[in-house]
Ligand binder design. Structure first.
Ligand SMILES: C[S@@+](CC[C@H](N)C(=O)[O-])C[C@H]1O[C@@H](n2cnc3c(N)ncnc32)[C@H](O)[C@@H]1O
Length: 209
């Protein structure tokens, strides 16, 4: 099964699960999977695992990923035990402050709030990429302060939400914010490509709205 089909299968699975009102969008799952593949990312941190949609998608698609996540909500902590097929592969913490010193990630997915977001700085290496699910403008601003050399590109879909999911089929399927804290040459090229793709998709959205 292709990576795209695997993410679609996960989205369909979570669309039928109780508490699905905050799951990641179909397009955000595709963005996460594409970034892992394009940058060969292995050490993943998800801030706000929720009911586990992103985590299940990643773990079902990639065998060599080490997954760490934060979550404090009791409903979600209970739900992930049932929802995530390979739950034993996840190291779970209540919040970012609990993650031990000298722990590093090459991919940080932010899909929840954490009062101590600045903690992510100590977990980054020059290779680290950050993806914020959805808009989350305040978190983008915070990260721009934490990483002054950051490059930020929005990742937008050019299609509407699939009918199987919990979100309106009249609304554009979400996406996310791609953040390169310490951009190297490859990241700069990727950033330009995403900026251009988003520009074209915005035009397409406008033409179809
Ligand atoms: C956008 S959700 C995270 C979704 C998660 N990444 C996923 O794909 O399943 C952000 C936060 O909302 C809270 N949350 C998510 N689903 C919830 C639910 N059904 N009931 C209560 N809180 C929820 C959790 O604390 C979670 O960290």
């Amino acid at each position: 099964m292709s990576l795209q089909h695997l993410t679609e299968k996960t989205y369909l699975k979570f669309s039928k699960i109780e508490g699905n009102q905050h799951i990641a969008s179909d397009y955000a799952l595709k963005c996460v999977s594409r970034l892992i593949q394009d940058f060969q990312l292995q050490q993943v941190l998800e801030v706000g695992i929720g009911i586990g949609c992103i985590a299940d998608s990643v773990l079902e698609s990639y065998e060599n990923i080490q997954y760490t996540a934060t979550e404090a909500n009791a409903f979600c902590l209970n739900a992930i035990k049932k929802n995530i097929t390979q739950i034993e592969r996840i190291k779970l913490y209540n919040d970012l402050k609990q993650i031990p010193q000298n722990t590093f990630f090459d991919f940080i997915i932010i899909d929840g709030s954490d009062d101590s977001l600045a903690e992510v700085k100590r977990m980054c290496t020059p290779k680290t990429i950050i993806f914020i699910e959805g808009g989350r403008a305040l978190q983008v601003v915070s990260l721009k302060k934490i990483f002054p050399k950051v490059l930020h590109a929005e990742m937008l879909s050019d299609y509407k939400n699939p009918a199987c999911g919990p979100f309106s089929t009249q609304a554009w399927c979400g996406g996310g914010q791609l953040i390169f804290p310490y951009p190297n040459f490859k990241m700069r090229m990727y950033y330009l490509k995403e900026k251009w793709a988003t520009y074209l998709k915005r035009k397409k959205r406008k033409a179809n709205s």
